[in-house]
Design a protein around this ligand. Structure first.
Ligand SMILES: [Zn+2]
Length: 370
C-alpha cells in the first residue's frame, strides 16, 4: 500500500495536454494582469476553483462563487440535512474497508482515487500511522474538486474518525491573508502540519513525503515548493560537499551541523550559491542554495535528509524542535466562516444548523452539472 504517493509521481503517469495551460491562462486573466497570471500559474487550483472564497476577495470570480447555504439535496429523508454538493465538487462519506486506497477505489474512479488518496495521506501522517492505524469501520468524510490534471485537484477538507485513537481528526483548507499558499487547519485554526523551528525553507506549500511513513522507503522529508525558493542552513554548519550522484540527486549539498554532528543532505536543488564552498562555515539562516527540480524529481521540491554522526537516518520532525502555526485575528474569523460552511458536508453534527449525521456508508454524492 502506498498511502502517501506524491502527486508528482502520479502526475508523471498521465499525459499532460495543453488544456491545463489554457486553464491557467484563463484563471490568470480573471485575476487580472501578469501578476495574476504568475500567481495562478504557480498555485493554480486555489483561488478560482474554491466556492468558499471570502466575500469581496475575488471580484472577477463570479462563476465560481457558489453561495452558501446550498439548496437541500433531493435525497431520502435521512440524508436531507446534508446540503447539495456544489457544482464540480464531490463529497464522500465512507467506511474503511481494507486500506484507505482500497476503500476509496470502491467509491470512485481509480485514477481519482489515487490522487485523493495521496492528498489525504499527506494530512493523515500528522494524525496517525497510515500503515498501522487505518482500521475497518473507521469513517471518512471529505469534500474535494476532482480535476483531469492531478495538479488541478483541490482538497477542501477532511474529517477522519479513527477507532484506534478514539477520536475525529479535521483538516480544512484555508489561505491566510498575505500567505503564499493555502494550508490545512484543524477546527481551532491550528495548522495540521508541524513546522520545523529551524527549517531549511522559509516558505513551501506542503510536506509531500514524511520519512518512512509512506508505505515505501523514503529517507527524508520532501517540501513541495517553487523553483528558486531560497534554501537556508538551519543551523551553524560546515559545508562538506556538493554535487555527488547528480543523476539521482540533481544539484545537491551536504552540510555538517556543528553543534549536533548531524549531516544534512539537500537534494534536487536548482542552484547552489557560491557561499556554499566545501570547508566553509555558514551561520544559521544563510541562504546556501535555491530549491529546484533536478535529478530524479518530477516536481519542484526540496528533499531534506538527516543522518546521525554514526550514519543512522533521522526524522527531522523527531530530532528537531517543531511548532504548529495558529491563525489569529481576522484570519481566524474568516477561517471559522469557511470551516462552518464546510462542516455542512464534513461534519454535519458540528455544523451551525445542528443537523444530524447522515447514515453511514452512503455513496459518493456528485455535484450536479460540474
Ligand atoms: Zn524525497
Amino acid at each position: 500500500m502506498s498511502v502517501l504517493r506524491p502527486i508528482s509521481h502520479l502526475g508523471s503517469r498521465h499525459a499532460r495536454g495543453g488544456s491545463g495551460k489554457f486553464l491557467f491562462l484563463f484563471i490568470g486573466l480573471i485575476l487580472g494582469g501578469a501578476g495574476g497570471y504568475y500567481w495562478a500559474y504557480t498555485h493554480p487550483p486555489v483561488p478560482a476553483a474554491t466556492p468558499f472564497a471570502q466575500p469581496g476577495a475575488m471580484p472577477g470570480a463570479q462563476p465560481y462563487a457558489i453561495p452558501s447555504p446550498a439548496p437541500v439535496h433531493p435525497m431520502p429523508a435521512a440524508t436531507s440535512t446534508v446540503p447539495a454538493v456544489p457544482d464540480g465538487f464531490r463529497r464522500l462519506d465512507i467506511k474503511i474497508r481494507g486500506s484507505l486506497s482500497a476503500s476509496l477505489s470502491k467509491e470512485i474512479d481509480g485514477r481519482e482515487a489515487d490522487v485523493l488518496n495521496a492528498h489525504l495521506g499527506r494530512l493523515m501522517v500528522w494524525w496517525l500511522n497510515p500503515r498501522r492505524d487505518v482500521l475497518r469501520d473507521d469513517r471518512l468524510w471529505t469534500m474535494y474538486q476532482p480535476a483531469d490534471l492531478p495538479e488541478d485537484f483541490l482538497l477542501m477538507g477532511v474529517c477522519y474518525q479513527s477507532r484506534k485513537l478514539g477520536k475525529k481528526f479535521y483538516a480544512y483548507s484555508f489561505k491566510a491573508d498575505g500567505a503564499v499558499y493555502t494550508r490545512f487547519y484543524d477546527r481551532s485554526g491550528r495548522e495540521v502540519e508541524a513546522r520545523l523551528r529551524q527549517q531549511p525553507l522559509g516558505r513551501y506549500e506542503q510536506i509531500t513525503e514524511r520519512m518512512n511513513l509512506a508505505g515505501r522507503r523514503h529517507k527524508g522529508v520532501d517540501f513541495k515548493t517553487a523553483v528558486g525558493t531560497p534554501v537556508f542552513a538551519p543551523f551553524r554548519s560546515r559545508v562538506l560537499r556538493r554535487n555527488w550522484s547528480t543523476r539521482n540527486n540533481g544539484n545537491c549539498l551536504e552540510l555538517l551541523y556543528l553543534d549536533s554532528g548531524i549531516h544534512a543532505f539537500f537534494l534536487h536543488l536548482d542552484k547552489i550559491l557560491d557561499v556554499a564552498q566545501p570547508g566553509t562555515i555558514v551561520e544559521p539562516g544563510t541562504v546556501v542554495a535555491h530549491a529546484g527540480n533536478t535529478g530524479r524529481s518530477t516536481a519542484a521540491h526540496l528533499h531534506y535528509e538527516l543522518h546521525s554522526p554514526s550514519g543512522k537516518l533521522l526524522d527531522p520532525f523527531l530530532v528537531n524542535e517543531i511548532e504548529h502555526q495558529k491563525l489569529v485575528g481576522n484570519d481566524l474569523l474568516k477561517f471559522k466562516e469557511q470551516r462552518d460552511r464546510l462542516d455542512k458536508w464534513l461534519a454535519p453534527e458540528e455544523s451551525a444548523d445542528g443537523s444530524s449525521l447522515p447514515p453511514s456508508g452512503s455513496k459518493a454524492a456528485r455535484g450536479q452539472g460540474g
